[in-house]
Write a protein that binds this ligand. Structure first.
Ligand code: UN1
Length: 477
């Protein structure tokens, strides 16, 4: 298969061919992506800028129809698109199919949001005058998306951008051109006017500076690494460009003495290892109170060792491969450093041989790493979690909050009092009670605190905050 950029209503020929690898089977590449240069990114910005005024004037019915049509096709083809996604990213087929389904639902949700836009009419404090508060589109927005959710994250940025009347340049991660191309292919048949949506396959170091420097790009939404996010914040700050960042995290799951242990083990396993731990919402710090620590540790260890790691498309597989060799080496390096600093390996970390050559790693559980150990501070983005024992709930809450990040925090408990207290005092944008830290709904806000996020929330009706600007009009009839 060939994966190409889509600019000004047309798929673009040429570009530098780059193999789209299949991390489950290195002998069977998914296809070929074609990376463009800076001139093409400029052309995409030009097209989006040209299309912006008329798309800003488009009505809610037109926006609803387009988004609804895109959502319907994604949902109808979820199996097929799921296979493509699983093949290029490595998450299992059920995970990939569910992600495609989520992308379809996101388009449906924002189709509805296009119809639900309205302002506010208020009496002025001056007699005979009234004020009207409305939201207007920003113009061109740049969307930079990561490889771990190759269709859901583009969808949750793109759908609100279009619903609220913006035009778009989407720059997906280099590792996953296939899902982005498939989305563009669906959009190309959706009757969205040319130039409203543009896809550029290009290196981040090529596309990023163009999106930052072009004044026509009013705002950038980015999901990815903290280092790149901070650079973008500095560069966009200088230019007063609106910015939304979703970056790393080091999410705690706190298991209390009164937890349902089967449920707690299930939350830990799902949160830490599903999607191969390659999620910013992954439970990478599992914290357990002393009374139940030994029992929980034994059950968690047994469940981790029982996980079936393998080819993403095989029906028995629960945990797919790590996305590529670079990410594999990075996880191995983090593990080695943790062991050097004194952490004890409970299980995992070895390379697993399967029928196909892929980046398969046995899920890793570590214990004995202190709160200041690097492994409890940095995001690993792989199948690795630490287990820490604390004396009681208060110590657990303090440890859970002891992080430079704050995306998701989970607690497993049967106590309403502790659940309520944790909900209020967890320093995170997402709190999960008796649920895995990963896995979120599409119709409510998503985002974190501290080093995890910056700018307005994504998803749900909250997305309007980022993708629109407020205008207040004073009228004396
Ligand atoms: C989820 O856990 O369902 O990059 C969503 C990420 C997040 C999305 C997680 N932005 O992992």
């Amino acid at each position: 298969m060939e994966f190409r950029s889509f600019i000004a209503g047309r798929f673009v020929d040429g570009g530098r061919p780059v193999v789209n690898e299949n991390p489950s089977d290195l002998s069977q590449p998914v296809g070929m992506g074609y990376e463009l240069d800076a001139a093409a990114v400029h052309a995409a910005v030009d097209a989006a800028a040209e299309a912006a005024p008329s798309w800003a004037r488009s009505g809610p019915q037109q926006r609803f129809d387009v988004l609804d049509r895109i959502g319907s096709e994604i949902l109808a083809r979820r199996e097929e698109l799921g296979r493509l996604l699983a093949s290029e990213e490595g998450k299992t087929l059920p995970e990939a199919t569910a992600e495609v389904g989520r992308a379809g639902q996101i388009f449906k949700f924002f189709a509805g949001e296009a119809l639900r836009q309205g302002g506010q009419l208020v009496d002025s404090v001056r007699p005979g005058v009234h004020a009207e508060v409305v939201r207007e589109p920003l113009g061109v927005v740049g969307l930079i998306t990561p490889w771990n959710f190759p269709i859901a994250i583009p969808a949750w940025k793109l759908a609100p951008a279009l619903a609220y009347g913006n035009t778009v340049v989407l720059k997906p991660a280099d590792k996953v051109p296939g899902s982005a191309w498939a989305l563009a292919e669906i959009i190309s048949r959706s009757s969205l006017p040319a130039g409203v949506f543009n896809l550029v396959l290009a290196r981040g170091s090529v596309a990023g500076p163009v999106l930052v420097e072009r004044p026509e790009v009013q705002a950038i939404s980015f999901t990815g690494s903290e280092a790149v996010g901070r650079r973008l914040a500095a560069d966009c700050g200088l230019r007063l460009k609106k910015l939304q960042l979703e970056m790393g995290s080091k999410n705690p799951l706190l298991v209390l003495d009164d937890a349902d242990l089967d449920l707690a083990v299930n939350c830990a396993i799902q949160g830490a290892f599903y999607s191969t731990g390659q999620r910013c919402t992954a439970s990478s710090r599992i914290i357990v109170t002393a009374g139940v620590a030994a029992a929980f540790r034994d059950r968690l260890l047994a469940a981790t060792q029982a996980l079936r790691v393998g080819h993403a498309l095989e029906s028995q597989t629960q945990i797919g491969p790590i996305v590529d060799a670079g990410q594999y080496a990075s996880v191995e390096g983090d593990l080695q450093q943790a062991l050097d600093e004194g952490a004890r390996l409970l299980c995992g970390g070895e390379r697993l041989r399967r029928d196909t050559e892929g980046h398969f790693m046995a899920p890793v559980l570590l214990e004995g790493a202190g709160p200041d150990a690097r492994i409890n501070r940095v995001e690993v983005f792989g199948p690795l979690a630490t287990l820490s024992v604390v004396a009681d709930y208060e110590a657990g809450l303090a440890l859970a909050n002891d992080s430079a990040y704050g995306l998701a925090a989970g607690v497993c408990t049967r106590s309403l009092k502790h659940a309520e207290d944790f909900r209020r005092r967890a320093q995170a944008g997402l709190v999960m009670v008796n649920l895995p830290t990963a896995g979120v709904d599409y119709h409510v806000p998503f985002g974190g605190r501290k080093g995890s996020s910056y700018g307005p929330r994504e998803q749900g009706a909250a997305a309007a905050e980022f993708y629109t600007t407020v205008k207040t009009c004073y009228i004396q009839p």
